[in-house]
Design a protein around this ligand. Structure first.
Ligand code: SAM
Length: 257
């Protein structure tokens, strides 16, 4: 389908860099002219495209995304790739700070028989993750980090995959308005140096990991040294892996010794 030049022009005028592609997508997704008009108005007002259409593409999958939920980013694919490289069939996978549950869902799609659990502190994220994870037979819990996980998972987790907030509080103001104004602060804010939540994740990981289990935490090139230090402080080994094609960085480690 070709994009309506009027829709394209309105999106371009509002600052969209990919106005033609976005117009094509909105036209394809809208069921009526009124719905199209509403979608274009939302986009012109800066709402993320993925929230408007209700899904995001991630690792070749369609992930359901709702309002007030972090839109999965391409760079997070590095976490999925590194997890898949370490996974065995039937692995127990926990997606902590799961947002939409995109990371766990993508690992489940690639590895046979994965036992999938996810958790997030935000009710909107939990509702959204349930739509992605429960049809796969997985479970989603609501609460602070490890608190809501079933005790039966202690010492059984083969892959603990985490994209926790890691933007330093003062740097949030410098982010593009689309993220800063349309994604809840709690999805972004990593505290003064950006590593507050990651430190808590690393400090608690050893109790949940199975022997040989691995913790994978997304970070940025700039924050990698701090995330690395958080692993050591939590009694874990640590290595930093990069994927330049998606500009992604992840720190990976298991119980030291
Ligand atoms: C950067 S988003 C990542 C979401 C998802 N993992 C992804 O990659 O698309 C961070 C997520 O962490 C959640 N979060 C923040 N603090 C948390 C906490 N203390 N316990 C559990 N989840 C938390 C937020 O609600 C948000 O969904």
């Amino acid at each position: 389908m070709t994009a309506d030049p009027n829709v394209t022009a309105r999106l371009r005028a509002s600052g969209s860099v990919f106005a033609e592609d976005e117009a094509e997508l909105l036209i394809a997704e809208a069921r009526t002219p009124d719905e199209l008009e509403s979608m274009v108005e939302q986009r012109v007002a800066g709402r993320p495209l993925e929230v408007i259409v209700g899904w995001a593409e991630f690792c070749g999958l369609r992930i359901v995304v709702g309002p007030e939920v972090f839109v999965p980013r391409r760079r997070t694919e590095v976490v999925v790739r590194e997890a898949i490289a370490r996974a065995r069939p039937g692995a127990v996978v926990v997606d902590l700070c799961c947002g939409s549950g995109a990371v766990g869902t993508a690992i489940h799609a690639a590895i046979a028989g994965v036992e999938l659990y996810a958790s997030d502190i935000e009710p909107a994220a939990v509702r959204c993750a349930r739509r992605n994870v429960e049809p796969l037979g997985g479970q989603v819990f609501e609460g602070d980090l490890y608190d809501p996980l079933p005790e039966s998972l202690r010492g059984r987790v083969n892959l603990l995959v985490v994209n926790a907030p890691y933007v330093p509080t003062d740097a949030i103001a410098l982010m593009p308005p689309e993220a800063r104004e349309h994604e809840p602060h709690i999805t972004l804010d990593g505290g003064a140096d950006g590593v507050d939540v990651q430190r808590r994740v690393a400090a608690g990981a050893a109790a949940w990991l199975a022997p040989g289990g691995q913790l994978l935490i997304e970070t940025s090139r700039e924050q990698a040294a701090r995330t690395f230090a958080a692993f050591h402080a939590g009694g874990l080994t640590a290595e930093v892996r990069r994927a330049d094609d998606v500009d992604g960085t992840v720190v990976i480690g298991g119980r030291a010794g």
